[in-house]
Design a protein around this ligand. Structure first.
Ligand SMILES: Nc1ncnc2c1ncn2[C@@H]1O[C@H](COP(=O)(O)OP(=O)(O)OP(=O)(O)O)[C@@H](O)[C@H]1O
Ligand SMILES: [Mg+2]
Length: 261
């Protein structure tokens, strides 16, 4: 695709420094609507940092972010949410003291028209029903949605965080979903459900960036693989054009960086 406005997300020359540490070095990345890009790399390569730049949690030191062809500047995750971007953080940003249902609804309101059609109010019931459906679809077993999140297991928490973002992004036109290690805490069956969820998102034209150490998951869901190695992009290749061995080579640094990315 030559025209960047055809991409849901376009990063150009993104740099990010944590103090003197350069966590991202001149990163270019394009994701088309309905495309799933796996973002791979060893611990500390810069994957989470890159997602946080896209989600507005971190401001890049240099570079441009475009969403559907339009340059944007995010000052916080609310800005990116307004642009249609949802992120599931590696460290699961749930509010411990609140119950599961409240976490599922947090910051996302389905408005119901008031009697005069003027004063909308939050339709919590509709939202809860929707969130419940998504939790069920992900196969997460939570006996009650009114239990505080701090009492859930790691896998249940991950399920709630995923369900929340899936519900939100599905509501948006031209949504973009960022997943940082979504299956790290999950059992086998739940992993399969997440795999299906990602495919469902792609089929609904949502652009997905999936950070994972699970290469089989990446191969089964991603159209394209992007590998970071020590803050640089070293590979950007269609899944059908690469192999597990090649990807491992780029991740470890045994294989030279690709040219012309
Ligand atoms: N808040 C921070 N302040 C300072 N340095 C940070 C911060 N967050 C990350 N880093 C550093 O930036 C680099 C990239 O970290 P990042 O979290 O993006 O890695 P990652 O690819 O997500 O790794 P992992 O697979 O372990 O999650 C690392 O060297 C890390 O130590
Ligand atoms: Mg990370």
């Amino acid at each position: 695709m030559a025209n960047t406005s055809e991409y849901a997300l376009s990063l150009e020359g993104i740099d990010l420094y944590y103090g003197y540490v350069r966590a991202l070095n001149n990163i270019n990345l394009n994701v088309a609507p309905g495309e799933c890009v796996a973002l791979l790399g060893d611990n500390g390569a810069g994957k989470s940092t890159l997602l946080k730049v896209i989600s507005g949690a971190h401001k890049p030191s240099h570079g441009t972010i475009k969403v559907h062809g339009k340059a944007v500047e995010f000052h916080n995750p609310k800005d990116s949410a307004n642009a249609g971007i949802e992120m599931v953080y590696q460290d699961l940003a749930l509010v411990d003291a609140q119950d599961t249902a409240t976490n599922l609804l947090l910051g996302k309101e389905i408005l119901r028209k008031g009697i005069l059609g003027m004063l909308g109010f939050v339709d919590r019931k509709a939202m809860r029903e929707e969130a419940k459906r998504e939790v069920a679809q992900l196969g997460v077993k939570i006996d009650t949605l009114t239990r505080p999140v701090e009492m859930l297991s790691g896998g249940q928490r991950q399920g709630v965080a995923l369900a929340r973002s899936a519900v939100r992004v599905a509501k948006k036109a031209q949504g973009i979903l960022l997943l940082d290690e979504p299956t790290a805490a999950l059992g086998y069956e739940q992993k399969v459900m997440v795999e299906q969820m990602i495919k469902r998102m792609s089929a609904n034209n949502i652009a997905v960036v999936l950070v994972t150490h699970d290469l089989p998951l990446a191969f089964s869901t991603a159209d394209r693989m992007v590998v970071l190695n020590r803050s640089r992009k070293v590979a950007d290749i269609a899944t059908k054009d690469t192999t597990n061995d090649q990807i491992v080579g780029w991740i470890t640094g045994a294989r030279d960086s690709m040219e012309n990315m």
